[in-house]
Design a protein. Structure first.
Length: 84
């Protein structure tokens, strides 16, 4: 999915491109939405996607709090299932 969308023409003033990690997070969000048979990406999918990040700030935060991505992923899924 990365690289699928390209800007047409010159970038507008104030345009900030997504970083590679931001693109990867959005890609994971799409996968989370598809896995849940959802048609839209919502905050749940974004949160779940961040648990898959193995580098960067999110990974550092998980390391600081001694929580693994898979454990946090499961906890978030359980929380959203209880809420619905």
């Amino acid at each position: 999915m990365t690289g699928r969308y390209r800007a047409v023409g010159a970038a507008s003033p104030g345009y900030l491109p997504f970083t590679a990690r931001a693109k990867k997070s959005l890609e994971y969000s799409v996968r989370e939405a598809q896995a849940g048979h959802d048609r839209h990406i919502v905050v749940e999918h974004l949160a779940l996607s961040l648990t898959r990040m193995n580098e960067g700030l999110v990974a550092e935060i998980m390391l600081t709090f001694d929580v693994s991505g898979p454990a946090l992923h499961t906890a978030i899924l359980d929380r959203y299932r209880q809420a619905s």
